[in-house]
Ligand binder design. Structure first.
Ligand code: MG
Length: 377
């Protein structure tokens, strides 16, 4: 049976954190490339990849060498699938797949093709194993899970009935999957055994799980950072993303948040990506007075783009003044927000140098930080 594939890769992927998930690196290949390679190995032709307009360059970069037909999607998943279907040409069947499910194998594809012998559509699905609850007016209520399945992709269809079903589907009315469109038109969709490996990358923690399932080894990396700024006349200091009222300020090109600068350098250090000055040169006027949380966010994004994640951070602020302790929890909460980590992965400590040195004389304030990063080996 001749068949095409439509890989839907038009999402922004923001729930998974960092760069759009379909272009993040998974054991040396972009996420979307994994599905592309599985469809190629199974004989799909053409393979149409639907992307957002602003991601065409990424798609070309990762997929053009293997002959992907790259198509611009629409505002909704339904519109994107319609755009993909318009490009498949004359084939007997089509498989529609979410790029965020990278661990597709040719075996899944062959099983779906076989199922099309007796149905207009077929999809992999897993029986719901957990007890289902609804959070009702009086607390938890148990929902009968009998006969309920979790639908995965790819979903396979005979092309003619699917095109007919989409022609009858109202405009961009939301359909969470394509089988629903065929079902609405009266087509028969068969369920075949799903596979936990076909999980969808949705939340930040899913990425590490997919990497483990993909069999890639991981390593823990450590980076350290140090920074110091001089005190000058003012009305407060920024430290670890929190403004503290004080009779001095810290002098610097940006907001002089030594805590965030040390932490940013620690993360950059762990991935061998230079230091904060390389990424945000003090000579560049656009960083004058900049809020330093953007520097930290940039370092976190670089980690994510390499398939890594920050595991924990530990910041030590070194000063005689201002008093840090009353603000420590607010700093931890702010760092937890920026890093998207639970609070127990974030440490902020403070010490003095007992009157010795530049911090002891309150000429300035210093900070040091350590970050551990979980990365593909
Ligand atoms: Mg600095």
């Amino acid at each position: 049976m001749t068949f095409a594939a439509v890989i839907v890769a038009a999402g922004s992927g923001s729930r998974a954190g960092g760069a759009p998930k379909q272009w993040r690196m998974l054991n040396g290949r972009a996420v979307a490339r994994w599905s592309m390679d599985a469809f190629r190995a199974a004989g799909a032709k053409p393979i149409v990849v639907v992307v957002a307009q602003d991601q065409r360059d990424e798609a070309e970069r990762w997929l053009s060498d293997v002959g992907a037909v790259i198509v611009t999607g629409g505002a909704t998943r339904t519109a994107s699938v319609r755009a993909g279907l318009a490009a498949v040409g004359a084939v007997e069947a089509v498989m529609i797949h979410d790029a965020a499910r990278p661990l597709l194998s040719p075996i899944h594809i062959q099983a779906l093709l076989a199922a099309l012998a007796e149905a207009d559509g077929a999809l992999p699905a897993l029986l719901v194993a957990d007890t289902l609850k609804r959070d009702g007016a009086n607390g938890a209520e148990t929902v009968d899970r009998e006969g309920l399945w979790r639908a995965q992709t790819p979903q396979a269809f005979r092309l003619a009935p699917l095109l007919d079903a989409y022609a009858r589907w109202p405009g961009d009315a939301p359909a969470t999957d394509d089988a629903a469109v065929l079902e609405a038109a009266g087509g028969r969709v068969a369920l075949i055994p799903g596979d936990p490996r076909l999980m969808k990358i949705t939340h930040p923690e899913d990425f590490a799980m997919v990497e483990q399932l993909a069999g890639g080894a991981r390593v823990t990396r450590v980076g350290q950072g140090f920074d110091a700024h001089r005190f000058g006349p003012g009305d407060g200091v920024w430290l670890c993303g929190v403004k503290i009222a004080h009779d001095l300020t810290l002098i610097g090109h940006s907001d002089a948040d030594a805590g965030l600068h040390a932490l940013t350098d620690a993360i950059l250090g762990a991935i061998g990506a230079g230091d904060i000055g390389d990424h945000f040169p003090p000579s560049d006027p656009q960083w004058k007075g900049a809020s330093s949380d953007r520097f930290l966010q940039h370092a976190v994004d670089l980690v994510a783009a390499r398939g890594g994640r920050v595991v924990n951070v530990d910041v030590t602020l070194i000063c005689e003044q201002p008093r840090i302790k009353p603000h420590r929890e607010a700093m931890r909460v702010r760092l937890a927000e920026i890093l998207a980590l639970p609070l127990d992965r974030i440490s902020v400590k403070a010490t003095t140098t007992e009157g010795m040195g530049f911090t002891g004389r309150s000429e300035g304030l210093a900070a040091q930080a350590l970050a551990t990063i979980d990365m593909p080996a």
